[in-house]
Design a protein around this ligand. Sequence first.
Ligand SMILES: [Zn+2]
Length: 472
Amino acid sequence: MTLRLYNTLTRQKAEFKPIDASNVRMYVCGPTVYDFAHIGNARPVIVFDVLYRLLRHIYGADHVTYVRNITDVDDKINARAAERYPDLAPELAIRKLTEETANQFHADIAALGVLAPNVEPRATEHIVEMVELCDALIANGHAYVAADHVLFDVSSMPDYGRLSNRSLDEMEAGARVEVAPYKKGPMDFVLWKPSKPGEPSWSSPAGIAVAGRPGWHIECSAMAGKHLGNVFDIHGGGIDLAFPHHENEIAQSRCAHGTPVMANVWMHNGFLQVEGEKMSKSLGNFITINELLATTSFGGSQWHGRVVRLAMLGTHYRQPIDWTVDRLVQARATLFDLSFLHDVVPAAEPHPDVIAALADDLNTPSAMSIVHGLAKSAHRNADQAAELKATLQFLGVYDSETQHDLDPGHLARQVDASHVNRLIAARLVARKAKDFVESDRIRDELSAMGVALNDTKNKGTGEIETTWEVRR
Ligand SMILES: [Zn+2]
């Protein structure tokens, strides 16, 4: 089995060769726990879960170490904790907020069929390692102390910017934000900063008298180094993290350890937009994973976690993804079509063609089209049905513990019946008023939710009556 992966660092797809095949090591940047994770956050979680499953398949489940961190020190956390729990002492408020948010994150992504990573380090449990990194970088001339901060001296690293393919001159010319006066160069970034009263704080490195806290970038360098070593195989995250976060992780880790790379392969998933637009709170199209699963605010339906996962796998991870109601409707229809597998005993192995598609830089659209082909013949062939079920379990779109996932009745209940009935009533009003533009629009809206309408004339009253069902 040859696994080929696209590497952002080399801008090429190449054969993946682990440093140690008995322990393949991968790090993925995890959530900053201050608010519900949104659907854009779900993308790397699902993408790298597929890669984790594939690596376990190829190298053996006991020969892969997957680390995904939790960032629980951050300015946004401090601000949100004070806002939400004004009556608690800051330390308690922060602990309460980060614990609640981390629990919510775990519950949300479990519904998406995501396996737990092998290690889930928290930044607050790795402060010692962060202080050590700061001290090492100061000692070897890559960092300096100014105004109680520790700053990384970007000019000390000739190939800073290699990952995101930017030259230092270009970056400095483009630095529009006001540069703090204590910085030697405009692109120098914070490794450690002094804490204000009420903020979390620890003893600072380099003999700085004021207690302080780490910057975000150094957190990942410290946690990755601690659990995976100075050089490891794969580092993943969203493309939005490539600069500056990953660039700065690389600078810190390589300069502290004197290594030519931090990770051999850097993988980035593409952006996510919603119905053709950038997702933002101000546009009102901001969707959390929890809303998709638990409310009917997106497309009038609650969506099963496996439907969400399947919808995500329809696009190659490096491509931008447009998150639409239609995409979810299609994924739900696919799961309906697979409900005949309900009582099938899965085979021992997933289908080799699906593994081969994933081994080609995680080609999930190709894997899904193979699944669709298999589904056609599996209706008449018990062995193929068993293999298809094993394949779906491998892809994480089917969980053996929740047999009812593929049950049409269960999926149908995700449609909000009272919302559907309101729309149908509005459509009948529009029809009576001969406003066919509006009545067609409502029918299309229902259709996008997967709801099919059936109009019949009541023989007694002559009135049109509409019944509905969830399209299979
Ligand atoms: Zn990171």
